[in-house]
Design a protein around this ligand. Structure first.
Ligand SMILES: [Zn+2]
Length: 136
């Protein structure tokens, strides 16, 4: 068991003993400050590392997002082009009619297919109106 140092009172403490107490207090404060500083430095390094990793992740996600947006715009442009082409096909396969020589009324036919099918909507328009899943 270690022996406790003598406790001083205001009436018993000497100037040397008071200096010694202040030196001990200063050393203790320096030790505590150094410990807190080391703890803060470790926390700062860990936070800096996490921030760096998060920054890298954010950059990667932003690049992926930009790529996805670009791809979506390309697909949207392709869809608009395809819709325009389908509209042109629909316009080419418009109906027309002429009087039926064998019966009352008119015979309606597809201008694009001319007399090939003899009906409107023709097979082309029927295919456009009833699309099937693509087979790869
Ligand atoms: Zn047609």
């Amino acid at each position: 068991m270690t022996e406790q140092p003598a406790r001083h009172t205001v009436d018993t403490i000497t100037s040397d003993a008071l200096d010694a107490l202040y030196e001990m207090l200063d050393a203790a404060q320096q030790t505590e400050l150094a410990r807190q500083l080391a703890t803060a430095e470790r926390a700062f390094c860990a936070a800096h590392l996490r921030a760096t990793r998060l920054g890298s992740t954010v950059s990667r996600m932003q690049r992926a997002q930009a790529s996805t947006i670009l791809q979506a715009r390309r697909w949207a442009a392709r869809a608009r082009t395809a819709e325009a082409a389908l509209g042109q096909v629909r316009n080419l396969h418009s109906p027309s009619s002429f009087p039926n020589p064998d019966a009352p009324g008119d015979i309606t036919y597809c201008v694009g297919c001319e007399y090939a099918t003899g009906a409107h909507p023709c097979n082309t328009l029927a295919a456009l109106d009833d699309p099937k899943e693509p087979t790869l």
